[in-house]
Write a protein that binds this ligand. Structure first.
Ligand code: GNR
Ligand code: NI
Length: 166
């Protein structure tokens, strides 16, 4: 396994749109293992393939306290959503920034697991937030895009400075 490099906002590659996965082969399973190691090492509760510069529809989530409940979503689709809820979000691609975002309260997602088996999950709380946050990454969207242009531009400048001074 290997720890992969995570793209940092405002890297233009974070805005690429991910393609569906046609076949879950050894390369995909290897990527899942590397992404899991990368996510736990960060540490984060979720990781989208987009963040490691792989533009395919693959996300990993583990919201458990014990960090032993990895959930893999391949070609995820939200088939139902309800309500609204505000949540303080962070992102491994925007380190050190935490801002409130309003999203659906509950979502029902349909996806394939790492064995290619279709499953449906109804989520609420952090899991629901995470699914929506990760699926946005697959669409090339980063959570700061929900903020006002003023806030977003301040965050952008801060990130550019941070990366320049590294
Ligand atoms: O680790 C993460 N924590 C988090 C907290 C609140 C809302 C969303 C997230 S996802 C984030 C990991 C990440 O950037 N995934 O794309
Ligand atoms: Ni993120």
């Amino acid at each position: 396994m290997a720890i992969l490099n995570i793209l940092n906002y405002p890297d233009p590659r974070l805005h690429m749109v991910a393609k569906p996965i046609k076949e879950i082969d050894a390369t995909i399973r290897h990527l899942i293992d590397d992404m899991a190691e990368t996510m736990y090492d960060a540490p984060g509760v979720g990781l989208a393939a987009t963040q490691v510069n792989q533009h395919i529809q693959l996300i990993l989530i583990d919201t458990s306290k014990t960090k032993d409940h990895l959930q893999v979503f391949i070609n995820p689709k939200i088939i139902a959503k309800s309500g609204e809820k505000e949540y303080e979000e962070g992102c491994l691609s925007v380190p050190g920034i935490y801002e409130s975002v309003t999203r659906a309260d509950k979502v029902t997602v349909e996806a394939l697991d790492r064995d290619g088996k279709k499953f449906t999950l109804k989520a609420e709380g952090l899991m629901s937030v995470c699914i929506q946050h990760e699926m946005d990454h697959l669409l090339g969207k980063v959570f700061v895009e929900y903020l006002s242009p003023l806030k977003r531009n301040r965050i952008k400048s801060k990130m550019v400075k941070l990366q320049r001074d590294r």
